[in-house]
Write a protein that binds this ligand. Structure first.
Ligand SMILES: [Zn+2]
Length: 339
């Protein structure tokens, strides 16, 4: 026997062992039948079992991510209101200060004493004095109101920061459970992939949806992280998720709906998909389109990964945004749920 022959026998043994390990890891699954022979219904049931085991951890993680994001947003809003209140306070204090100066200044162009002492009659004197007292009292009230507002806002902020701390630790716990679940799923990965591939083959090559019912927008190798709200050029903030993937990787409809390909200087070759569910999905930086404006089925090929628009010269990726009726939400947890 040639060395090549021995090597291939060893390879066959190793592969057989891998299949046994994979089968052992999948004990809870009812059907041990080979995927090729299984019906689409059986495969979908197996897939549903795999997804169901991951769903609670995924949901908890998503809820925790959203809670942390919302609190961070409220802290930012409170900071802006504190800044406004501080500005108001500064100008109100300045107004009060200059009025007090005027009151105690002797002579001066705007001498208050001259104004009061210039009264022709006792009634006039009382009216003028009341007038000055009233203005000073108004200034003092304004300063007090603005101070109260700012103090209330600062108290709110302290509470929000405390909330954020609790939510962050909840997120860390949720993420730990989620990652543990992902690790369990990746232990089942070969079966998972085999089931996905078998379903795709039996349903005319269309890509099956993830646990949240949506189909992942890129069909091929990819990497992405949570960059929602990250600073971007021109004071903008990142309103989506960048899914890094090689040029030419197929891009598919995450759900059924109507697509409209269009070009803009930031997004380059872009597609807006209006889902039958009323949500809007935006894909940018495509290398090229697959067909024009039309109704598409979930998982249908609509374009290919590229780096057009302001991604030109940079890494190929799909910039993906989504939201109900164009009100964008962070796609990251949704994307995780599509896999
Ligand atoms: Zn982007």
């Amino acid at each position: 026997m040639t060395p090549v022959g021995r090597r291939s026998r060893r390879l066959v043994r190793t592969c057989f062992l891998a299949v046994c390990v994979a089968a052992a890891a999948l004990q809870p699954l009812a059907s041990p039948a080979p995927a090729a022979a299984a019906t689409v219904a059986q495969l979908r049931a197996q897939l549903a079992a795999l997804r169901a085991s991951a769903a609670p951890a995924g949901d908890a993680y998503e809820a925790a991510v959203t809670a942390v994001e919302n609190t961070q947003y409220r802290i930012k809003q409170t900071d802006a209101r504190i800044r406004t209140a501080t500005k108001k306070l500064t100008s109100a204090e300045a107004a009060l200060g200059s009025r007090a100066d005027a009151l105690y200044r002797e002579g001066g162009d705007l001498g208050v004493f001259e104004f009061i002492l210039g009264s022709a009659t006792w009634e006039d004197f009382v009216t003028r004095l009341d007038f000055i007292t009233l203005i000073a009292a108004r200034d003092a009230t304004l300063v007090k109101d603005v101070k109260d507002t700012r103090n209330a806002l600062q108290a709110d902020r302290v509470k929000l920061v405390a909330d954020a701390k609790v939510e962050k630790s909840e997120l860390a716990t949720a993420a730990k459970h989620y990652n543990a679940m992902q690790a369990q799923l990746s232990a089942k990965k070969s079966q998972y992939d085999r089931v996905l591939a078998a379903i795709a083959a039996q349903s005319g090559g269309s890509h099956p949806p993830g646990p949240n019912g949506l189909t992942f927008p890129v069909r091929g190798n990819h990497y992405y992280s949570n960059t929602w709200g990250a600073p971007r050029s021109g004071g903008r903030h990142h309103m989506g998720t960048d899914i890094m993937s090689p040029r030419g990787t197929p891009v598919v409809a995450v759900t059924s709906g109507t697509i409209r390909p269009h070009w803009n200087s930031l997004g380059g070759k872009s597609i807006t998909l209006t889902g039958n569910n009323g949500w809007v999905y935006y894909y940018a930086h495509l290398d090229r389109y697959a067909g024009g404006a039309r109704h598409v089925k979930q998982g249908e090929l609509i374009g290919y990964v590229g780096n057009t628009g302001n991604a030109s010269g940079g890494a190929c990726h799909v910039h993906f945004q989504m939201g109900p009726h164009g009100r964008w939400v962070n796609p990251y947890p949704y994307l995780r749920g599509m896999e």
